[in-house]
Structure formats: C-alpha cells, structure tokens
Write a protein that binds this ligand. Sequence first.
Ligand SMILES: [Ca+2]
Ligand SMILES: [Ca+2]
Length: 206
Amino acid sequence: MLTCSTPPPDAAVSDIVCFTCTGEDCQSLPTTEAPELAGGVFDQGAIDLTGDGVPEHVRLEGAQVTIHQDSVEVWRSPEAWEVVDVALGDPNDDGRNEVFVVFWREDETGQRTNQPFIIGYRGGYYRELWGGSPVGFPITEVELADITDDGRQDILVIEERTLAVWQWNQWWFSHVWRSEAGAYHHLHVGRDEEQQAMMCVQVEKE
Ligand SMILES: [Ca+2]
Ligand SMILES: [Ca+2]
C-alpha cells in the first residue's frame, strides 16, 4: 500500500551551507553544526578609511549609508541611492580600506538598476573611487573576505539566485566562481579549524 509522506512538522526550512574556495573553484562543506550567525545585511561597523590609525564609523540606516569621523558626519550616500548592503575592507587590493556599497537607483529612463560602488578617502575627501556599471543579476548581499587564501580580499555576493566570488582585476571584478541556483540569504564569513575563511549562507529548501 502506498502512503503519502509529508515532511515532519519540525523539519528545517533552511540549511546553513559553508564553502571553501581556491582561486578557481569553491566546494561546499558537509554541514556538521551551524556556525554562529554573523554578517548578513550590514548594520554598522568601524574601519580606518583615512589611514591615520583611527577608525571611522560606517552605518546603514534605512537605505542610506553614513560615515562619521570623530563623531562628525563626513559623508552620506546620495538620496537617489537605495542602499541594499555594505561591506568594509580593501576590495580593490590597494592596501587602503574602503566602503563597498551596493544600491538601487533609477537611471534616466526610469529603470531601476543595481550597482556596486567603492567609496574611499583620498586627497582629503571621501569620494566615489570606483563605480560599477549596473549588474545583470541584482546583488542582495555582499561581504569581503580573503576566502581564496591568497592574501587579497575577495568579494562575496548573493546575486539574485546565485552565490558568487569575485576578485578585483585592475578596473573591474572578475568572477572566480558562481554557485548553482537557489534561495540564498544571510551571507556571512566563518572560520574553519585552521582559521581559514569560509563563506556560509542560509539556503532555503524549495
Ligand atoms: Ca581614520
Ligand atoms: Ca582599497
């Protein structure tokens, strides 16, 4: 006799999956226990953007990013930007820290576009150091970490329905790896026993 099986009521609706990566590929790790959840969408953080050893404070409130230096607001994202996530670090591998910002905005034709920008402090000013063209797959979350263990930070992103690793390549980011499609949320960086960075994400069961 056939019986219909339904998932038990307490079945998890999502898993946390972690990946380790080389410069060419990423491999998912067998889930042993859920690592502590940190990361996900940015809230606030501190990093030295000016290079004087004193950290500046970066906050994401609503859809706007602000930078405070000595408790004074020194930069604010344009009102036209609807910021979705922020990561702090050295995404362009020049030895200086910046703010990596992903936002939506309307172009001249009224179309909403999703773009990554790098904001940094150079020559006494906070400014856009690099502005990426609109991306084909909207970025919903970003983190910076040296996941490939080559001493350079990688850009980890959820791009709509894939998880991807990018690396700065002179003027643009090149893809190192892209996952299969899935419902990914809450991107964060964990550490394995050797303290090597790994990329962890919540995957909804579909
Ligand atoms: Ca500083
Ligand atoms: Ca940099």
